[in-house]
Design a protein around this ligand. Sequence first.
Ligand code: SAH
Ligand code: SF4
Ligand code: F3S
Length: 464
Amino acid sequence: MATQVKKKKVFIETLGCQMNVADTERMLGLLDEIDYEQTQKREEADLSILNTCSIREHAVDKMRSYVGSWDKTRKPGSLVALAGCVPQQEGEGMAKDVRVADIIIGTHNLHRLPDLVLEAEKKHEVNKLNSVKGADQNIGVYAARPQVAEIWEELPEDIPETPIFRKTKYYAWVNVIYGCNYRCTYCIVPKTRGDQRSRPVAEIKKEIEGLAQEGYKEVILLGQNVDGYGLDIESNLATLLREVHEVEGIERIKFLTSHPCDMTFELIETVAELPKVSKYFHVPIQAGNDYILKRMARRYTVERYMELVNYIRKLMPDASITGDIIVGFPGETHEQFMDSVKVVQEVKYDACNTAIYSKRPFTPAATWEDDISADEKQERIRFLNAIITETAEKQAQRYIGKVEQVLIEGQSQRNPRRLAGRIFNNKTVNIECPPELHDKYIGTLADVKITQANAWALRGELLI
Ligand code: SAH
Ligand code: SF4
Ligand code: F3S
């Protein structure tokens, strides 16, 4: 990567999941090669990128309102790019629709970003010369603003290797599988991310060896269905975990998101066996009722899900389990919703994300009647969240008095007198520590005695 002082500045706002966070790191890596460095101040940016998410309703409106407000305060003559899942979903329609953007790029062709930016820069220069001198430059440029949209391309055969500019210094997100082969009836992801493509084991291992050399201590293997890793290349996640486990210098390995349909007992046994793999499973159930699961096309029953959970608990009683649940799926009765509540009480999640069902274009469920009132959905999610908080809080108490090894990630954002990090099983911990000692601990694995716990985080003391 080039190291000289950069001439141009890029601001990126990232919405959505870890896939987008990883894509943002990739975009920054690509832009580094054409002389851009990141800025946190949008007003000084030569290029502003919105990396969009499309998982919920109103994604397009949200995108428009973002760039609309950017337009008023942007640096004169600067470029705006729309990236991520909304452009990928909307395809060619975007170019006509969103007049404010100079560059529109999807998730499939991210590696083309530098070319598109250079092209847009060139066109911009021409427009600048043509615009009325002395008048608001932006208006002249704006009126003739070119659209550079390249979103309808086929997926590249092999995923091109692109540079990555990682924001985090001690743990790294590593994409191991792109896309998803399932078609859950509510979900936009197959549309925005395409079919499943696993990266070869050797390529992933090489990347992680490089990370270890740079001083990274933890890797998080990433996929929309990470348990499906290898199904398309005659490998599997258990094999990958064993390979990654051999990398010296990497002390912790995590993986997410698991799918109950592809999670195997072999995988659970492998996690239990390998000391560097966190005993942490993010395994969304989505609904606690078999009929709803069937309508969601989830391909497992509640019984199978509980078998997996019970096997995890049998081999790793202290494991941390988290999940996702959708409330108010079309046709979900009150009794069926209460089955989700029952699952939460039975599993005793360490944390569980909940979302009100949201109609997404191009999905089968979008054609079904969204028959539960907004008030009812709100009431259900409020009720479920209260139970989740209660069980998560109880679960967290098991850490009190224990000594946990914590990867110290940095200063707490809320309180500069505290450090923040994560225990082996992923829970966040805040640690009182005088600021003059912070540099000594940041980036290390430190022993911390846990003193307090709530549903969201732990509090602890360094054992010096
Ligand atoms: N691949 C993961 C989930 C990816 S999407 C899995 O199979 O579980 C992340 C989360 O967003 C989902 O777990 C789901 O809870 C939520 N979600 C996805 N589509 C949604 C929709 N249409 N309405 C509400 N929530 C949704
Ligand atoms: Fe979406 Fe289902 Fe694929 Fe998860 S498994 S990304 S919910 S289609
Ligand atoms: Fe959103 Fe795209 Fe992730 S739709 S949840 S950013 S894969």
